[in-house]
Design a binder for this molecule. Structure first.
Ligand SMILES: Cc1cc2nc3c(=O)[nH]c(=O)nc-3n(C[C@H](O)[C@H](O)[C@H](O)COP(=O)(O)O)c2cc1C
Length: 164
């Protein structure tokens, strides 16, 4: 037997993508990190649904840069920190006990302990319901040695699986 799911709940049938942490800086250089599950990548862009009240959104508007960080299963505890709301100026990377790693092109740092990173530059945005769909161009990536397969795809099994 099937149960009917109403229009406004249909999105809940699609569970989250593997969770990512987006790192940004404000115009003074204060670092921010937050967890995101609603995104899609259509190379060369990645589009993320970000609530406009989030520091991540205001930082991207201020500096036009962000970094997508991919955790592994062993980093699940830190996701809880990145999903929590802190006052502006709090560095969630430090709160999570993790380490900043200098990015190659953009100002926001990468998270050293995480498995992979993509540096992005803001391209455009569109209002969708309560969120802003923010598109960034993927500029350069990095990942732990040994985690790419022969065709250059990120090997989720070797990375102990990404979070869901
Ligand atoms: C697993 C998970 C997924 C999340 N996905 C999103 C998302 O896709 N979009 C969003 O706006 N917030 C999402 N959040 C909530 C933000 O991470 C949270 O509100 C965070 O405090 C925002 O931080 P900021 O104000 O520093 O940007 C998610 C939280 C968790 C734990």
């Amino acid at each position: 037997m099937k149960i009917e799911v109403p229009k406004d709940k249909c999105g809940k049938l699609l569970t989250s993508e593997p969770v990512i942490v987006i790192t940004t800086v404000d115009k003074k250089g204060n670092v921010n990190g937050a967890a995101f599950g609603s995104y899609v990548r259509v190379a060369p862009l990645i589009m993320v649904a970000i609530f406009s009240g989030h520091h991540t959104y205001s930082n991207i508007k201020e500096t036009e840069e962000f970094v997508v960080n991919l955790p592994g299963r062993d980093q699940i505890d830190s996701i809880m920190v990145f999903g929590k709301s802190y006052p502006k100026g709090v560095n969630e990377i430090q709160e999570a006990g993790l380490t900043e790693l200098k990015s190659t092109i953009v100002r926001p740092p990468k998270i050293e302990e995480y498995k992979a990173h993509i540096e992005c530059r803001f391209k455009w945005e569109k209002e969708v319901g309560s969120h802003m769909l923010v598109a960034g161009e993927m500029l350069i990536g990095s990942c732990d040695e040994g985690l790419l397969d022969e065709e250059g795809y990120f090997d989720v099994v070797k990375a102990e699986g990404k979070l869901n």
